[in-house]
Unconditional design. Structure first.
Length: 76
């Protein structure tokens, strides 16, 4: 089961609390305390290629789009 599938399966057993609790205990992915998956992009939600300098917290693709609006200049 992939991480995205567990929410789809959970919708089917919402009305059965005992089965729901057991399902969540065994199938829900654990919350991360460290690593790259703890800091998603604030704009699009991507996990990888994170730019965290200066408190930017964006992925590199979104940073390229918003860099001039934020105040960064491109040096050639």
């Amino acid at each position: 089961m992939t991480a995205s599938d567990w929410k789809k399966n959970m919708k089917q057993i919402v009305n059965k609390p005992a089965k729901l609790n057991r399902f969540l205990k065994h199938n829900k992915p654990k919350e991360r305390k460290y690593g790259k998956s703890t800091k998603p992009c604030e704009v699009c939600g991507r996990i990888g290629a994170h730019v965290g300098n200066y408190g930017i917290n964006m992925c590199r693709q979104c940073f390229r789009e918003f860099a001039t609006k934020i105040g960064f200049k491109k040096y050639c």
